[in-house]
Ligand binder design. Structure first.
Ligand SMILES: NC(=O)c1ccc[n+]([C@@H]2O[C@H](COP(=O)([O-])OP(=O)(O)OC[C@H]3O[C@@H](n4cnc5c(N)ncnc54)[C@H](O)[C@@H]3O)[C@@H](O)[C@H]2O)c1
Length: 314
């Protein structure tokens, strides 16, 4: 039901792969942005809390899944607001998912870690950071994601359950309506709606189109790889001013209405991801200008067809 999850579901349905969604949320508002009612009717929805092991185990057994893409989680602001809940959902929830996979006889899964396991750029004088670079998380969220990487490694060593963890950076696109790094997408929505917007951060970072990210998670769930690697996920390395320029190129009337705070994100600018292609093969890559134009197009269509909850992008 989340942003990346919605794109995973869309890709699977487009490829005629049966899919069951397990999520606490029962509102398919993100899916409605990018899928028709007919396409949505092909998806099975199970409402449940990942922190409740019995419910998760039953859901996994009942749906007869052969593969798992595990994306459920609380993002940075939610973990900051309620660290204990963040730990239950992100850490215990991930342990539950590995345990349920083991008991269901599913030998491999993909799951979301985050570039948030790393520290500030200045803490890596010999950048760029490799997959196995030193984690220095500065948020509860980053600490929990790092714990999940450890959980994955232990499930491989002790139980032979293999996994690929991916570390996205700033994912953008339709459905990215919450989290610390969601404001560039909200600016795209504002431009589509003819409104001004102030993005909450600046600096340089990686922008990853949600569709590309979803396809990487699907590949990571289906690849025949043994072990528990965790891979940095690349995107377009851009400055926030290039994001604004891409929005203005897609909506010329938005020129001068999209601004940003110059303060950069508390995350590294650069990292290396050479093992990604080695393990997952070549992945789709949407250049920033195309991804931004595509996002705005979907938003404009959704606004025109009343398929978007405007408040979520405020
Ligand atoms: N979006 C990004 O830029 C980004 C970057 C790095 C890592 N990630 C990670 O990727 C994953 C997906 O990100 P997203 O942007 O789609 O997030 P999102 O917030 O849009 O979606 C998360 C989903 O998890 C569900 N969830 C929360 N608590 C739950 C619970 N107790 N039981 C079951 N489901 C629950 C939510 O209802 C939501 O649908 C997350 O784990 C996130 O931390 C995202």
């Amino acid at each position: 039901m989340g942003c990346i999850g919605a794109w995973v579901v869309r890709n699977l349905v487009n490829g005629n792969t049966p899919v069951t969604v397990f999520d606490l949320d029962t509102n398919p508002h993100r899916l409605r942005l990018m899928m028709s009612n007919e396409a949505l009717a092909q998806v099975k929805f199970v409402s449940g809390d990942i922190t409740d092991y019995a419910v998760l185990e039953r859901a996994l057994r009942d749906c007869g899944a052969s593969h798992i893409v595990h994306l459920a989680g609380l993002q940075v602001p939610f973990c900051r607001a309620d660290p204990a809940l963040g730990a239950r959902v992100n850490v215990v929830g991930t342990v539950n998912m590995f345990e349920a996979a083991k008991r269901a006889g599913i030998k491999h899964l993909s799951y979301a870690s985050s570039i948030g396991v790393f520290g500030f750029s200045e803490e890596y004088p010999s950048e760029p950071i490799k997959h196995e670079g030193r984690p220095i998380p500065h948020s509860h969220y980053g600490v929990y994601k790092l714990a999940n990487e450890g959980t994955a490694s232990v499930y491989w060593a002790d139980e032979g359950i293999s996994s690929v963890g991916l570390r996205p950076y700033v994912v953008y696109g339709p459905g990215r309506d919450q989290g610390m790094t969601s404001t560039p997408t909200k600016a795209m929505f504002a431009a589509a709606a003819g409104k001004p917007y102030h993005i909450s951060y600046g600096g340089r970072f990686h922008m990853q189109h949600a569709d590309d990210t979803a396809q990487a998670f699907i590949r990571a769930a289906t690849v025949a790889h043994k072990g528990a690697p965790v891979l940095n996920l690349h995107g377009s390395v851009v400055h926030q001013r290039e994001v604004v320029a891409a929005i203005e190129a897609a909506v010329p009337s938005a020129a001068g209405t999209i601004t940003f705070d110059p303060k950069p994100l508390p995350l590294p600018e650069e990292f290396v991801d050479e093992r990604l292609a080695e393990i997952l093969g070549p992945l789709p890559y949407t250049p920033l200008d195309q991804g931004v134009a595509h996002t705005i197009e979907i938003f404009q269509r959704a606004i025109a067809n009343d398929r978007v909850d405007v408040k979520r992008y405020a």
